[in-house]
Design a binder for this molecule. Structure first.
Ligand SMILES: C[S@@+](CC[C@H](N)C(=O)[O-])C[C@H]1O[C@@H](n2cnc3c(N)ncnc32)[C@H](O)[C@@H]1O
Length: 405
């Protein structure tokens, strides 16, 4: 699980610019991408300041932040170009997007074409592989992100086991059905965490092996009675072709190289074996976690999370089909359920369990964290309030399944 914090806030740290300037350019570029009118830009900007920007705006903002990996000079030049693009749509009502300071005397060099010719600063001579989402990261960034994830789960295993199972268990029956797990199936559960999926598969009579790279998670899963071993999703410590089904609940978005993991999954499945994985749906479709993101993002804390793949890319069916292009019978389903919680306690549970959200909140001052918590409780109660201050939060996952050729 890991959707609450959007990666756009992380991207700001990669640029040589004043954060206010970067934000101004972000707004300008995002507006251009959406071809938004001045009124729409104003409405979206106001909503974004409240942490309530529409998903469409947030997605365009993610794209614009790729553009923002530029020098301050390039940013200024780009700002001029984008403002030129936007001018015809302005209504003269004073609602044009904020202007970044500085200017460029035309003709300005195109920062985009310059960028396309040279690798990113800080990674001289290294090709930047494109991820499925179109965002690019160097090999060393991907390695650093993977190591950061590994270390994060060591400290978050216990709180995750205590509270997040109440949420993730909701999608387990659909996951096991998609993998056609039944009595006698040989099942591998990758990224088992505390073993919620593995235990449910065993309850169906399957012979289950579980793998997780966190030793803390493996210890918890073993205590729960799971046959769990420590290992990486991209180098599974199991033989070729030993499994009829491979399941992975909320693992994919934590991987720096999901393509490598999926190739490894094919290695350990028998021909005709089933693969089923869940990822969190977009925040709009998954308020159980999606409500936390804007509140935490609104704190404006940068740099807590290293650059890494877009945590929401597999909520997009096109990205799933690209990832599983070599597989047969690829299916994408949307699973819906709900979880009833006390919102303050739920905010704390997510903060303690989710690496990215937790890392951002760990940088917050106590008063900032308290303010974010209060805001979260207010939003959750006003949207999903029930009896006694508890809330029933809708949950949504994307379930990907396929057959090994
Ligand atoms: C969000 S938890 C999911 C736990 C469980 N499957 C569930 O559905 O609740 C993600 C788990 O994947 C593990 N994980 C992350 N990256 C991994 C990797 N590269 N190889 C193996 N496990 C990994 C983490 O340690 C963590 O236990």
């Amino acid at each position: 699980m890991e959707e609450p914090v959007d990666s756009w806030q992380v991207e700001y740290d990669a640029i040589d610019a004043d954060p206010a300037e970067a934000r101004a350019v972000d707004v300008a570029v995002t507006s251009a991408l959406l071809q938004a009118s001045a009124e729409t830009v104003e409405a979206y900007t106001v909503a974004a300041a409240r942490g309530e920007e529409p998903a469409q705006w947030r997605r365009a903002s993610l794209v614009s932040n790729q553009v923002l990996r530029l020098t301050a000079e390039e940013l200024r030049a780009l700002t001029e170009q984008v403002h030129d693009l936007l001018r015809p749509t302005a209504t003269g009502s004073g609602t044009t997007p904020p202007r970044a300071p500085g200017s460029c005397t035309p003709p300005c060099a195109s920062p985009l074409s310059r960028r396309a010719r040279s690798p990113r600063r800080g990674t001289p001579g290294r090709a930047r592989p494109a991820t499925l989402s179109g965002m690019t990261h160097s090999e060393s960034e991907l390695d650093a992100f993977g190591e950061w994830e590994r270390a994060a789960w060591e400290t978050r295993a216990a709180p995750y086991a205590r509270s997040l199972g109440d949420l993730t268990r909701g999608s387990v029956p659909a996951l096991l059905d998609a993998a056609r797990v039944a009595a006698g199936s040989r099942v591998l559960d990758v990224g088992t965490g505390p073993g919620f999926v593995a235990l449910a598969a065993a309850a169906r009579g399957a012979a289950v092996t579980a793998v997780d790279q966190s030793t803390a998670m493996v210890a918890i899963a073993r205590d729960a009675g799971v046959d769990a071993v420590t290992g990486s999703a991209t180098q599974l410590p199991v033989p070729h072709g030993g499994f009829d089904a491979l399941v992975a609940g909320y693992l994919l978005n934590h991987l720096p190289r999901p393509e490598a993991a999926v190739a490894e999954f094919a290695r350990v499945l028998v021909p005709g074996g089933r693969l089923a994985m869940t990822v969190w749906d977009s925040p709009d479709a998954n308020p159980s976690l999606g409500l936390v993101g804007p509140v935490v993002t609104g704190l404006g804390i940068r740099g807590a999370v290293p650059p890494g793949p877009d945590s929401q890319r597999f909520a997009d069916e096109g990205q799933v089909r690209t990832l599983l292009a070599a597989w047969q019978d690829v299916e994408v389903q949307h699973v819906r359920w709900s979880v009833e919680v006390e919102p303050g306690a739920w905010f704390d549970a997510v903060a303690d369990s989710a690496p990215r959200t937790g890392a951002v909140l760990a940088e917050a001052r106590p008063d900032q964290r308290a303010q974010a918590r209060e805001r979260y409780v207010e939003v959750a109660r006003s949207s999903y309030g029930g009896a006694g201050g508890r809330v029933e939060l809708p949950a949504g996952a994307v379930l990907l399944s396929a057959t090994r050729p």
